[in-house]
Each structure stands twice: as structure tokens, then as C-alpha cells.
Design a protein around this ligand. Structure first.
Ligand code: HEM
Length: 510
């Protein structure tokens, strides 16, 4: 009897502990996603078998009249901001309140790979961003172009073999091999062999980073629900950590730890290594006179390898998702495919048949189609920010406390018919220069916005357009026996949305 009473008592205590914050949004008069004890809303990903992006866009759609909607991750309140005018404040005007992305929920950096530009916040972010931006200048991109062309030639070769011998090919995998090879060459100065060998080391690493297994899902769940208790767990599996440090270490050693003159990411990291530390103005600390304090960051090999890691991970997966999805959309819209191909043919003719930086820049219709396909499927389906101090949300009575997590559903905004008429239709003309001004600002942001927007946007666009133009100049793409018009998002996707079963298409040589 006593033990039964103890169990009942324990259940009651656990229940109250697990629901202690659940009145948070109700008290503030904000509509919210119904939370479940201990898990908050995070469990809906599992119950409904959907990805976090899909869960957030469902929540966005369920509250068409709200500017903000509450939700809970574990016991912690989060806020989904739906209103583009408030979003503008968060991402740009009021950036000083929102320079944190908050990927590291416990704020303890015990995991070396987490020290990358995407995951860090505050002064570490500011110093790294300032010093890494030069890797993506127009001059560097132009200089990289011959490497894109080499990969594009190999891409044609592989696609040719597939067109000859197979009735379908997974273009998601094909473009992943192309972008992996490109990042290997221009970022790391190595021939990763990802295009030649289906299972090259680089491709295997790339697949492992984005193919989450049970261990990854479980660890991410624990870290999201109990950040302090599980702060020593590693989000990235040990094999990812070991492989990254080993690859980057080897390349640096081959260059004798000095910049080699190749001007790639590794050279930039080696230049920073030679400095030993980077110095700049603090984004958080102020002197008594109000001016920013000077801060510095020691650059050890692990911090440098973490930057190489994020350029690799953020660089290949997003671009290959975006370029393969464009091919998929073109396969289902042959008339738009024809228009893109005619443009590719005409532009290449004016450049003596050579694919080059300026030629890709002239493919305006292809770029419109690319933008529209990114609207239809966003690689990262949401943006994250965290308040650095208390923040009264403009146009509402709600004041966000310091440390409040803010999410913006890119998917929700891009499929909202208020902003995009008949959003399910694939219409590149939405992005025609005559129409683009009609798109409400801060509703279309596949690369994010403001000072924390994607650092590699131009590189991502350039390599994606070059890859798609390469396919279109030699092949037609069409749905194949296992294509699905509306492919299913992998429920295990974390930030970048991956597609279950890939994107099979039939390639035919012209
Ligand atoms: C089509 C290709 C790409 C897409 C759709 C994409 C999308 C994004 C998005 C949505 C963000 C978050 C922005 C925000 O929070 O406001 C981001 C950040 C980032 N991306 Fe990309 N990206 C692409 C290509 C690349 C490439 C090629 C690289 C590098 C080689 C890269 C590196 C990064 C990094 C380092 C960040 C974090 C920036 C910071 O916090 O300062 N991305 N990207």
C-alpha cells in the first residue's frame, strides 16, 4: 500500500515538474501549441512522424490570424513569429537583441565541432564572421569557377552513363556527389573523388552528417529537453568528429601549416592560424563610456577544423538539395524546362559554348526557376534566434524575456497564399524583375536575412545553377517509375530538410 502511494506521489510530483511552465503562454494571452507533459510539443515530431520544419509550418498554418504563436520544447517556452513586419525587426532592425542563434542550448562548449560559425554566438560569432567573410568575395568565387567547370564536366560524364544504362537516377545523390566534389576542391584543395566513387570518404562523411540514426535523434532530444543536465553529450557522433579532425589535420599538415597560395578555405584558416588569435570589438561587452570593449579569440586547430566542418556540411547539403529539387520541378514542368534549356543554350552560345562565371550570371530565367523551386522546398525550413535581453514585441503587448527562443517558419511563410498566390503552383515568373517587388519583404528568405544570414549564399547559388545548367545542356529530365510528384520529407531531418528515398528521375541525352 505504502509503495503504491509512493508511486502515485512520484507520478504527481513528476507531472507537476514536467508541466511547471505550461501556463506560460496562456498567462500572456498568446495562442499556443498544446504541450505534452515533459516533452512539450517536440513529441509531435514523433507522434505525427514529421520533421521539425513540417511541425513548425503546420503550427504556422493552424493560426492564420496570429502575429505570434507559443510552443514548448520540453518545458521551455518558445515563440513562433508569423508576422513579416515583426520578423524584419528581429532579423535586421533590432539585431542587437537577436544576434544569437542559440544552437547550443546549454551555452557550454564542451563539444569541439560546435565551435563553428553556425553554432556559436556572441563575440566568438562576431570575430569568426568578420574574419571568414573574405572567403566568399566575388573575386574568390570567380577564381573558383574553373573548379566548378571541372566538376561540371565530370557530372556530365556520370549523367551520360546513367542515361545510357539506367532508366532512372537519384538526382539528389548525383548533385550531392557534385557539390561534395566541388567543396572538396575549392574549400579543401583536394580531389575528393565523390563524383568518381559513389562511396568516397568525403561522400561517406557527408552522408553520415545528415543521415541521423537513433543515437543522434535520442541525443538531440535529451539535449533539447534537458540542456543543462546533458551538456556534456556530443550532438555530432564520435565518428563524424574523428573523421573531420583527421581530414582537416592531414590537409593542414600537407601544407606544412602555411597558406599554399590556393586561396581556398584551408588557406584562409591557415592564415588565421598564423595570427594565433583574432581581435575585434565586442558585440556584448561595453566600456563605462558605452563604447565596445576589445575582445579576442584564440585560434587552436580544433576551432579551425570546426569552421572547415561547417563550410563542408552547410555548403554541400543545402546546395545539392536545392539544385536537385529544381531538376525535380523541371521534370514535372516540361514547358518551364524547355524555356530554361533554351536560355542555357543561347547564353552558352554567346560564350563560345564555355560554362563560365559570367555565363551563369546571364542565365536569368534559370535563376528565377531556382528561386521558385527554393520557395517550394526550403533547404532549412526555419530560422532560429534567441533574445539577448528583454524585448517588447512591436505591435503586441508581449515582452520576451532574455533567453527566449524565437523561430521563424520559412516553409509556413512561403506557402502562405496571402503572400504567394496559389502557393502550390510552380511559377518562376513570381521572381521576374517586374514582379519581384510585389513579394512582401521578409516572407521569402531561403538564405535567412540580416547580419546572420547565410555567408555562402552566392557560392550556393553559383554552384547550383552551374550544376543544373550542365545537366540541361546535355539532357532532358522527366519523372521516372519511382518519382513522386510531392516527395516526402524525412521526419528525422534536423535543420536541412532531406527527402526520403531521394529524387529519382529519368535522364535522356539530347
Ligand atoms: C543553396 C544553398 C544554401 C542555402 C539554401 C543556405 C541556407 C542557409 C540558411 C537559411 C542559413 C541561416 C540564416 C539565418 O539564420 O538567417 C544559413 C547559414 C549559414 N550558411 Fe548557408 N545556405 C546555402 C549554402 C551555403 C554554403 C555554400 C556555405 C558555405 C560553404 C554555407 C554556409 C553557411 C554558414 C557558415 C551559415 C551560418 C552563418 C552565421 O551564422 O553567421 N551555406 N544558410
Amino acid at each position: 500500500m505504502i509503495s503504491l502511494m509512493l508511486i502515485v506521489l512520484l507520478v504527481i510530483v513528476l507531472y507537476f515538474y514536467g508541466t511547471r511552465n505550461f501556463a506560460y503562454w496562456k498567462k500572456r494571452g498568446v495562442k499556443y501549441e498544446t504541450p505534452i507533459v515533459f516533452f512539450g510539443g517536440i513529441i509531435n515530431n514523433f507522434i505525427e512522424n514529421i520533421s521539425p520544419s513540417e511541425r513548425l509550418s503546420n503550427l504556422y498554418r493552424a493560426h492564420p490570424d496570429e502575429k505570434i504563436v507559443g510552443l514548448f520544447e520540453g518545458n521551455k517556452p518558445f515563440v513562433l513569429v508569423r508576422d513579416p513586419d515583426i520578423i524584419k525587426h528581429i532579423l535586421t532592425t533590432d539585431f542587437k537583441y537577436f544576434h544569437r542563434r542559440g544552437m547550443n542550448l546549454s551555452n557550454h562548449f564542451t563539444e569541439p565541432l560546435m565551435m563553428n560559425l553556425f553554432f556559436v554566438d556572441d563575440d566568438v560569432w562576431k570575430l569568426l564572421r568578420q574574419n571568414l567573410t573574405s572567403a566568399f568575395s566575388s573575386a574568390k568565387l570567380k577564381a573558383m569557377f574553373p573548379l566548378i567547370v571541372e566538376r561540371a564536366d565530370k557530372l556530365t560524364q556520370i549523367a551520360k552513363e546513367s542515361a545510357e544504362f539506367q532508366d532512372e537516377i537519384d538526382v539528389r545523390e548525383l548533385m550531392a556527389r557534385y557539390t561534395t566534389d566541388f567543396i572538396g576542391a575549392c574549400g579543401f584543395g583536394i580531389d575528393s573523388q565523390a563524383l568518381n566513387e559513389e562511396n568516397s570518404d568525403f561522400r561517406k562523411l557527408g552522408k553520415r552528417i545528415f543521415k541521423r540514426n537513433l543515437r543522434d535523434v535520442f541525443v538531440a532530444l535529451l539535449m533539447a529537453m534537458f540542456p543543462e543536465k546533458f551538456k556534456n553529450l556530443h550532438l555530432f557522433a564520435p565518428e563524424i568528429e574523428e573523421k573531420t579532425f583527421s581530414i582537416v589535420g592531414q590537409i593542414m599538415a600537407q601544407r606544412d601549416y602555411k597558406p599554399s597560395g590556393r586561396n581556398d578555405f584551408i588557406d584562409l584558416l591557415l592564415e588565421l592560424r598564423q595570427k594565433g588569435k583574432i581581435v575585434g570589438e565586442s558585440i556584448v561587452k561595453r566600456k563605462p563610456d558605452g563604447s565596445p570593449e576589445t575582445v579576442e579569440l584564440e585560434l587552436n586547430d580544433k576551432v579551425l577544423a570546426a569552421q572547415a566542418f561547417i563550410f563542408f556540411a552547410a555548403g554541400f547539403e543545402t546546395s545539392s538539395a536545392a539544385s536537385s529539387f529544381l531538376l525535380h520541378m523541371l521534370a514535372y514542368h516540361p514547358e518551364i524546362q524547355e524555356k530554361c534549356r533554351n536560355e542555357v543554350d543561347a547564353v552558352l552560345k554567346s560564350y563560345d559554348g564555355k560554362l563560365c562565371y559570367d555565363a551563369v550570371k546571364d542565365m536569368k530565367y534559370l535563376e528565377m526557376a531556382f528561386k521558385e523551386s527554393m520557395r517550394c522546398l526550403l533547404s532549412p525550413g526555419f530560422l532560429l534566434r534567441v533574445t539577448c535581453t528583454k524585448y517588447p514585441i512591436p505591435g503586441t503587448d508581449v515582452v520576451l524575456e532574455e533567453g527566449m527562443r524565437v523561430v521563424i517558419s520559412l516553409d509556413g511563410l512561403c506557402s502562405d497564399q496571402q503572400y504567394f498566390k496559389e502557393p502550390e503552383e510552380f511559377r518562376p515568373e513570381r521572381f521576374h524583375p517586374d514582379n519581384i517587388g510585389r513579394i512582401k519583404k521578409f516572407t521569402y528568405m531561403p538564405f535567412g536575412e540580416g547580419p546572420r544570414a547565410c555567408i555562402g549564399e552566392r557560392m550556393g547559388v553559383m554552384q547550383s545553377l552551374a550544376g543544373v545548367a550542365t545537366i540541361l545542356r546535355s539532357f532532358t529530365v522527366a519523372p521516372s517509375r519511382s518519382s513522386l510528384r510531392k516527395p516526402r520529407i524525412d521526419p528525422k531531418s534536423m535543420i536541412v530538410q532531406t527527402i526520403l528515398g531521394g529524387l529519382p528521375l529519368a535522364l535522356r541525352q539530347r
